[in-house]
Design a protein around this ligand. Structure first.
Ligand code: NAG
Ligand code: NAG
Length: 391
């Protein structure tokens, strides 16, 4: 796969653009919807969800109501759950259309400030089920007619997206906001630009995590590097043998009011083939350094050289130092060779806009580490996969 076809599945936050009207009706409707979504339920048990790997994507099989399961891309780089099939709205038994729409754009942005990929569509409230895990009254979107033919849906195994980042990225727009011109299609290009909003829904996975009995919200993601993987919700995330309680924990910078809602780690320095790069500034509200299952590659900051003749080491390694929780750096290391040979290592251009991430630790990260996200502590831990034993 060439980097040109890499879907950089990070929904970007825009400055500028139009701002939502302060509409009291929609505020009230919003709190009612969220009140229903978060009504008290008994604590749920742990869940282990099977993931399928196909063409650079980790996929989760998700059913809306009684419809056949759809394969949704598991994306830690966004927060909305959305189905590609634009014919679904007429045939969604048991789900109610809300008065809100989704508008998502996927980076990187162009010099003109537009994005090349994204969608617009209505939010529904209804039941989602994922291999026996029922999420009642979940908020999910369905791509509307005229969505910008995202590469997520065309020529790929995924039939939608399952975002699991923080709530701030699950942006919503009251239906009074006209989104009909958000996406412009010309014969050769797609240009999408969503307005800004600070309103959001609780993402379905967060709705489920809030039910865990010990009060803290945790989940884990495992990928074997081959055909299979698992997502662990609740206590299962620390009960799995993939998790080591002594694994180092890195800080997540980007939760809380006003934050972008990404899983933004603080990258202190990077070594590529023995050359060191410092001064990567992954600040809280923009220029994030994100951990993102939805990007099938490592995307390194602008200025990092991938020219192997400049490397000191024969077999190229990537070492990433993150700000740890317990003082000291959390050091992740990767053998770059397999990813270079598949063209799954690239560098980002200099950021065009303040919302462009500086660095993306994409899916290759999970071929080596199990990640356990603790949303209560805003940390992520990295357990290296057990080495296969010989004999
Ligand atoms: C979209 O959904 C409709 C209604 O459920 C179904 O008939 C159709 O086959 C689906 N299309 C695709 C491409 O999955
Ligand atoms: C998650 O963080 C909370 C708050 O710091 C802590 O009480 C809890 O033990 C953590 N859970 C795990 C599994 O590390």
């Amino acid at each position: 796969m060439s980097l040109r076809s890499v879907v950089w599945l990070v929904a970007a936050q825009l400055g500028g653009g139009s701002v939502l009207p302060e509409d009291e009706c929609s505020e009230t409707a919003l709190s009612m919807l969220q009140g229903r979504a978060s009504k008290a339920r008994p604590p749920s048990a742990s869940h282990v969800l099977e993931l399928e790997y196909s063409s650079g994507r980790l996929l989760l099989h998700v059913q809306a109501g009684a419809l056949p399961a759809q394969r949704l891309l598991l994306d830690t780089g966004s927060s909305t759950v959305a189905f590609c099939n634009v014919s679904l709205p007429e045939t969604l038994p048991g789900a109610k259309k809300t008065h809100f729409n989704a508008c998502e754009q996927y980076g990187p942005s162009t010099a003109m400030g537009y994005f090349r990929d994204g969608y617009v569509g209505p939010f529904f409230q209804g039941d989602l089920s994922i291999q026996g895990l029922e999420i009642p009254d979940a908020m999910f979107a369905v791509f509307g007619q005229g969505s910008c033919a995202p590469s997520m849906c065309a020529d790929h195994p995924s039939q939608g997206i399952f975002g699991v980042a923080y709530r701030q990225r699950n942006k919503i727009f009251p239906s009074t906001v006209d989104l009909s011109s958000a996406c412009v299609r010309t014969s050769s290009e797609i240009e999408i630009l969503c307005p800004t909003t600070t309103a959001s829904f609780v993402p379905p996975v967060m709705q489920e995590l809030r039910q865990t009995s010990d009060g803290s919200e945790i989940f884990g993601i495992y990928w074997s590097g081959l055909a299979s993987g698992s997502m662990y919700l609740g206590p299962a995330a620390v009960e799995t043998k993939n998790f080591d309680p002594s694994a180092p924990e890195a800080m997540l910078l980007d939760s809380g009011a006003g934050a972008s809602g990404w899983y933004n780690v603080n990258v202190l320095r990077i070594l590529v083939g023995g050359t060191e790069y410092e001064g990567v500034d992954c600040t809280k509200h923009s220029r994030a350094c994100i951990v993102d299952t939805g990007t099938p590659a490592f995307l390194l900051p602008a200025g990092v050289s991938l020219d192997s003749s400049s490397w000191l080491w024969e077999s190229p390694k990537l070492e990433v130092h993150l700000q740890g929780v317990a003082g000291g750096d959390v050091v992740l290391d990767f053998d770059l060779e397999p990813w270079l040979s598949q063209n799954m290592v690239g560098t980002l251009g200099a950021p065009e806009a303040f919302w462009d991430p500086l660095m993306v630790l994409g899916l290759p990260l999970w071929s080596r580490y199990y990640t356990m996200f603790n949303l209560t502590a805003n940390t992520v831990s990295f357990t290296p996969h057990a080495q296969p034993r010989s004999g």
